[in-house]
Design a protein around this ligand. Structure first.
Ligand SMILES: NC(=O)C1=CN([C@@H]2O[C@H](COP(=O)(O)OP(=O)(O)OC[C@H]3O[C@@H](n4cnc5c(N)ncnc54)[C@H](O)[C@@H]3O)[C@@H](O)[C@H]2O)[C@@H](O)CC1
Ligand SMILES: [K+]
Length: 492
C-alpha cells in the first residue's frame, strides 16, 4: 500500500483547501470515522478522549460530539492544556461545540493533575489524540506523563492518525502510545508502513476522509510548501549555483534560462557559451556571469573546461539553444557522467546515449516531439497510457521526466504528478527555456521530483499572470517578470 510523509499529507491538505474543500470538512469526516470505530468496539461504557492542542485534538472533539448521541456511551474529553492554548481555528471551533452537545471538557495543564485523574484510569476505551503528524522533538510535560499513564491503564486504546509520540515519517522517537488500534487518515503514513511497528500501533486501518482526487494528482500550492526555504542566515551560494551550457545555434535561449534561474532565487548563474553568443548575452544583462568557450558551437575540446566549472556549481542546465550535430551530442554525453545534478532540455537530449548515467541525478524536460525521440516511438495520446509511458521511461532510465504539454506529466519512475497551470499563450518560443531555469534553481536545494513538479507549477502560474495582461501576445520574458510574484505569494 502506498505510504506518504507528513509533509505530503500537509501538501494534500492545502491543495484541498485551494480546491474549496476546507480543513473543517476533513476534520469532520475524520472525527466522525473515529466515533464510528469506537461505536463498533463497544455498545456501552466509558470513553475518554485525550486531546492535544493541535488538529489531532480537533479530530477528537468532533468524535466526542458524534459519540454524544449514543445514550449508553458515556463520553468525556480531557484537553491537555487550556482552551486559550488550542493552536488552530478548526480545533477551537470544535472544542467550543462540545458544550452544545452536553460534553464538559476537562482542561488539565500539569502532570500531577493527570496522575490524579480518576476518569482516565476507569475508561473502557481511551481515544488517543494528543498529537498526530504535528509532533516535533522530545515530548514535553505534561504530554509525556499523559502517554505514560495511558500506557499503564490497561484500557483499550484507539489512536487517532498515529499513536501519539510515534514518528509519522519513520524516524526514531523517544516514546509513544501503545495502541490497540490506529485509525490513520487518507493514506498510510510512512512510519506506519515500517515492519515491526504493530506493538505501537496495534491493528492499522486507513480511513477515507473524502480528500479530492485532484489534490493529490495535480501539483498545487500545497506542494510548494514541501520545498526547502531560504534560511535567513544563508550566505552567498547556498541558494543555488547554476551553470547553464547552451547557445551556439541561438543566443536568446540560454539567456532566458539564466534570467529565469536568477528570478527563481539562484545566487549565482554562470553561462558557458560558444563564441559569438558570449558577447551578446553578456551585453543583455549585467547580472549574468559569462564564460566563453573556444568555438562557435559546443565542441569536444571544451569538455574539460566545462567539467571544471561543474565542480563549483550545484546544478548544470544543458541544451538550450545549442543546436544539433554529432559533435554537440558527443560533447554532452562526455559531460553528463560527471554531473551530480543536471537538467537536460532541448538539444541536450542528443547527449543521452548512455543513460542511465551512474550517480547522476537527472531531470529531463522534453516536449512531446522530444519525448518521441527518447522512447523511439510516438507517445500514446490517451492520458492514461501517456502517463504510463512517462512512468516507465523514468523508471527504466532512473531519471525524473517532466513531459511538457497542455497537462504536464512528471514522474520519477515511482510516482506521477500532473500540472495543469499554464495556458495556450505559452506555446510561444522560449517558455521551455524559462522552465529549465526555474527547475534547475529549485533542483539546487530540493529533490528532483519536487524541483520538476513545483517548477512546472510556478512556470505555469507565472504564464497565467502574463496571459492576463498580454493574452496571445505574451513573451517568454513576460513569464520571467512574473516568477517573483508567484514565489512571493506561494513560498513566503
Ligand atoms: N492534514 C490533514 O489533511 C488533516 C489532518 N488532520 C489531523 O491533524 C493532525 C495534524 O495536526 P497538527 O498539524 O495541528 O498537529 P498535531 O495535532 O499532531 O500536534 C500539534 C500539537 O502538538 C504540540 N506538540 C508537538 N510536538 C510536541 C512535543 N514534542 N511535546 C509536546 N507537545 C508537542 C504542538 O505544540 C501542537 O499543539 C493529523 O495528525 C490529523 O489527526 C485531520 O483533521 C484531517 C485532515
Ligand atoms: K494520536
Amino acid at each position: 500500500m502506498k505510504s506518504i510523509t507528513s509533509s505530503q499529507m500537509q501538501a494534500i491538505d492545502i491543495n484541498c483547501e485551494c480546491l474549496g474543500l476546507s480543513r473543517m470538512q476533513l476534520m469532520e469526516n475524520a472525527g466522525a470515522s473515529i466515533a464510528q470505530a469506537v461505536r463498533s468496539s463497544i455498545s456501552s461504557g466509558r470513553v475518554v478522549l485525550v486531546a492535544g492542542r493541535g488538529n489531532n485534538g480537533g479530530d477528537a472533539f468532533v468524535a466526542a460530539r458524534h459519540l454524544s448521541s449514543y445514550e449508553d456511551i458515556h463520553t468525556q474529553v480531557i484537553l491537555i492544556g487550556r482552551r486559550s492554548m488550542i493552536k488552530t481555528e478548526e480545533a477551537l471551533k470544535n472544542f467550543d461545540l462540545l458544550k452544545y452537545s452536553g460534553i464538559e471538557a476537562m482542561q488539565i495543564t500539569d502532570s500531577s493533575s493527570l496522575e490524579n485523574c480518576e476518569s482516565l484510569r476507569s475508561a473502557d476505551i481511551i481515544v488517543d489524540a494528543i498529537f498526530g503528524t504535528g509532533v516535533k522533538g522530545s515530548i514535553r510535560e505534561p504530554e509525556s506523563t499523559a502517554i505514560d499513564i495511558i500506557n499503564s491503564t490497561g484500557s483499550s486504546v484507539i489512536s487517532v492518525d498515529i499513536p501519539s509520540g510515534f514518528d509519522p515519517d519513520g524516524n526514531s522517537f523517544e516514546k509513544s502510545i501503545m495502541a490497540d488500534k490506529t485509525l490513520t487518515f487518507h493514506r498510510l503514513k510512512k512510519g506506519l508502513a515500517r515492519e515491526d511497528v504493530e506493538r505501537y500501533t496495534g491493528a492499522i486501518e486507513v480511513i477515507d476522509i473524502g480528500v479530492c482526487r485532484d489534490a493529490e494528482v495535480y501539483v498545487g500550492s500545497g506542494n510548494l510548501t514541501m520545498l526547502n526555504r531560504r534560511q535567513v542566515d544563508s550566505h552567498k551560494g547556498q541558494s543555488g549555483r547554476i551553470l547553464v551550457v547552451g547557445g551556439g545555434e541561438y543566443f536568446g535561449a540560454p539567456a532566458l534560462t539564466a534570467m529565469a534561474s536568477l528570478r527563481t532565487g539562484a545566487d549565482i548563474v554562470t553561462l558557458a557559451l560558444p563564441r559569438g553568443v558570449d558577447d551578446i548575452v553578456s551585453a543583455y544583462s549585467p547580472n549574468l556571469i559569462v564564460r566563453s568557450l573556444s568555438d562557435d558551437r559546443l565542441c569536444v575540446e571544451d569538455v574539460p573546461v566545462i567539467l571544471k566549472m561543474i565542480q563549483s556549481h550545484d546544478v548544470l542546465v544543458i541544451g538550450n539553444g545549442l543546436g544539433r550535430s554529432d559533435e554537440i551530442g558527443e560533447a554532452i554525453s562526455m559531460i553528463l557522467p560527471y554531473c551530480r545534478k543536471v537538467v537536460v532540455d532541448a538539444d541536450g537530449f542528443a547527449g543521452l546515449k548512455n543513460i542511465p548515467v551512474n550517480d547522476c541525478d537527472m531531470i529531463l524536460t522534453p516536449h512531446a516531439g522530444e519525448f518521441s525521440r527518447l522512447i523511439g516511438k510516438k507517445p500514446p495520446s490517451d492520458p492514461l497510457h501517456r502517463l504510463e509511458s512517462v512512468l516507465e521511461y523514468s523508471r527504466k532510465n532512473r531519471v525524473v521526466t517532466l513531459l511538457k504539454g497542455k497537462v504536464d506529466i512528471i514522474s520519477d519512475g515511482e510516482d506521477v504528478l500532473l500540472n495543469r497551470t499554464g495556458n495556450e499563450g505559452m506555446t510561444v518560443g522560449g517558455t521551455g527555456d524559462v522552465l529549465a531555469g526555474i527547475v534547475g534553481t529549485l533542483f539546487a536545494v530540493n529533490p528532483a521530483m519536487e524541483a520538476a513538479s513545483c517548477g512546472a507549477f510556478i512556470n505555469g502560474v507565472a504564464g497565467d499572470l502574463a496571459f492576463e495582461e498580454h493574452s496571445y501576445g505574451l513573451l517568454a520574458t513576460d513569464i520571467i517578470d512574473r516568477i517573483t510574484e508567484v514565489t512571493r505569494k506561494e513560498m513566503s
